[in-house]
Design a protein around this ligand. Structure first.
Ligand code: NDP
Ligand code: HSE
Length: 436
């Protein structure tokens, strides 16, 4: 049989890792795929830049469309990133009848509905395992391994850069900016690193996970998104004293009212495995009605871990080439005409428990005023600590953990507490999950 010809768009971290794996493991890969797979063409912006991969035997161009329009290329691997010109590249490649493997979560989360529709019309596959949680085969696990279940919730550490920053800050007391610079040097961060630290990258990934878990269209614009930039050392320390770790989580939960889609810093009991996932590692918990809770762990970013997922997708595409397009695994796990119109809940309707930290005057009646406001909003307090005032200060930090409540009630309660004359500054709120 003729070898399958692959064109790789982008020769950076992920493109380079992919080339290395496909070359190094070519014989094993051919035994698995049933065909030889060769990269014959690749593109990069700068043809003189040093590469992490050997591009001998590969024709390299700075015009991706040369590859997209080359009739000899069977599969396009897209590792450029972003959703602008890359969308045109992918749609052109699909129109040219090429199968696509992409690591681009931004593209899939924001234009996936359109891209999958075009791909289905054309009978080609768009595979995107590398788009979520780097080297962890989480898409395959949910889409195929758990396909007998009703998925109840998914919760994961799904941004490697963010977890790397939080871990280094907590364990070594390092400065946020320094650790981010190291994550960029190591190739973990997005081209625009605000995507990592502001939670946008995690929101892209959660959008994809929620679609394949619940069979809903991709709806990135409905994800409630908070990043890690507001996490303070003080909160990390108080959380630890209370037996919790702060992790940046993406959470998708099906409730009787609709689906919660949210990305934010979260207090998790330190005894949970996921609370101990550190550095660039990612972990995703998936709860199915039949299987119960399952946990998937591995490197969330980096050249070869991500390349591992890209190459697995290339092999899957090759194996599926002879199958009838109607009988392939659907892009979003559910048949395209069976996607459900379940509402995604607005953030006010989120139900969770909270860690609150406020600074209040150390005088009689203040605590009673705070607890009355919470009670007026049906918020029960689970635990409370009042710290000693710092030297020369009259205000004391008060930390409270609440029971599960409605975000709307919490918003109103926080506004009421902040308006108390004896309370200074903002109330710092971090959501909590037991993940039991
Ligand atoms: P890099 O910046 O390392 O590589 C991007 C590549 O695309 C480079 O080779 C660059 O050329 C080329 N390129 C950039 N812009 C253009 C353009 N406008 N036209 C043509 N070529 C262009 O990115 P990564 O490898 O880190 O990321 C690639 C994709 O993979 C992104 O979607 C990212 O979100 C995703 N991803 C990244 C992971 C990681 O660990 N880094 C993990 C999982 C997914 P040149 O080298 O000449 O500048
Ligand atoms: N910037 C991303 C991260 C790359 O740090 O998780 C992997 O998707």
């Amino acid at each position: 049989m003729k070898p399958i010809k692959v064109g790789v768009l982008g020769l950076g971290t992920v493109g380079g890792g992919t080339v290395n794996i496909l070359k190094r493991n070519a014989a094993e890969i051919a035994r698995r795929a049933g065909r030889e797979i060769v990269i014959t063409r690749a593109s990069a912006r700068d043809l003189h830049k040093p590469r992490i991969c050997d591009t001998q035997d590969i024709q390299v161009t700075n015009d991706p469309f040369e590859i997209i329009n080359d009739p000899d290329i069977d599969i396009i691997v897209e590792t450029i990133g972003g959703a602008g010109i890359v969308k045109d590249m992918i749609l052109t490649a699909i129109a040219n009848g090429k199968h696509i493997v992409t690591a681009n979560k931004s593209l899939i989360a924001t234009h996936g509905n359109e891209i999958f529709a075009k791909a289905s019309e054309k009978g080609v596959i768009v595979a995107f395992e590398a788009a979520v949680a780097g080297g962890i085969p989480i898409i395959k696990a949910i889409r195929e391994g758990l396909s007998g279940n009703q998925i109840q919730w998914v919760a994961g550490i799904i941004n490697g850069t963010g977890n790397f920053i939080l871990t280094e800050m907590r364990d070594k007391g390092r400065d946020f900016g320094d650790v981010l610079a190291e994550a960029q040097f190591l190739g973990y961060a997005e081209a625009d690193p605000s995507f990592d630290v502001e939670g946008i990258d995690a929101a892209h990934k959660l959008t994809i996970l929620a679609s394949i878990a619940f069979g809903i269209p991709l709806q990135f614009e409905k994800v409630f998104t908070e990043g890690i930039t507001q996490i303070t050392r003080t909160d990390v320390e108080y959380a630890e004293q209370l037996g919790y770790r702060i992790k940046h989580l993406g959470i998708a939960r099906k409730t009787p009212e609709g689906i919660e889609l949210r990305v934010h810093p979260t207090l998790i009991p330190e005894r949970r495995l996921i609370a101990n996932v550190n550095g660039v590692m990612n972990a995703v918990l998936v709860k199915g009605d039949a299987v119960g809770a399952t946990l998937y762990y591995g490197a969330g970013a980096g050249a070869e871990p991500t390349g591992s997922s890209v190459v697995a997708d290339v092999i899957d595409v090759v194996r599926a080439l002879t199958s009838d397009p109607e009988n392939r695994v659907p892009h979003l796990a559910f048949q395209a005409d069976a996607l459900a119109d379940i509402p995604v809940l607005p953030s006010e309707c989120i139900k969770t428990s909270y860690y609150l930290r406020l600074n209040a005057e150390d005088k009689p009646g203040v605590l009673a005023d705070v607890t009355k406001i919470l009670a007026d909003h049906n918020i029960s307090i689970e635990a409370m600590i009042q710290k000693e005032p710092s030297k020369g200060e009259t205000a004391v930090p008060i930390i409270m953990l609440t029971q599960i409540t409605l975000e709307q009630e919490m918003n109103a309660a926080i506004a009421g507490i902040e308006a108390l004359p004896a309370v200074s500054g903002k109330v710092n709120r971090i959501r909590m999950e037991t993940l039991g």
